[in-house]
Design a protein around this ligand. Structure first.
Ligand SMILES: [Zn+2]
Length: 89
């Protein structure tokens, strides 16, 4: 489970990303970023974006996140492959 983002606009954008199967990844101690969101892609490198803790304009940053999610085309590509993605969880 990812930590909640302190900014409500960015938090909403992160929820939108999660609804589109993006996942949270910690950025580690060395980064100023709050974390990363990744689109896990099987055969090729998936999309990713950095999420800032305190951007100058949180609203703009939230928009960037949503735009990136909307631009991700991996979902459409994966639809053509046979599904063997069963999880017991
Ligand atoms: Zn993508």
């Amino acid at each position: 489970m990812r930590p909640k983002h302190p900014n409500k606009d960015i938090e909403a954008a992160l929820k939108y990303a999660e609804e589109n199967d993006w996942r949270y990844q910690s950025s580690g101690k060395s980064s100023h970023a709050w974390g990363k969101m990744l689109y896990p892609e099987k055969s090729r490198e998936g999309c990713r974006l950095s999420v800032w803790s305190t951007p100058k304009s949180p609203v703009n940053h939230a928009r960037q996140i949503i735009k990136k999610v909307d631009q991700c085309i991996h979902e459409a590509e994966n639809d053509e492959e046979p599904s063997s993605n069963k999880e017991d969880d």
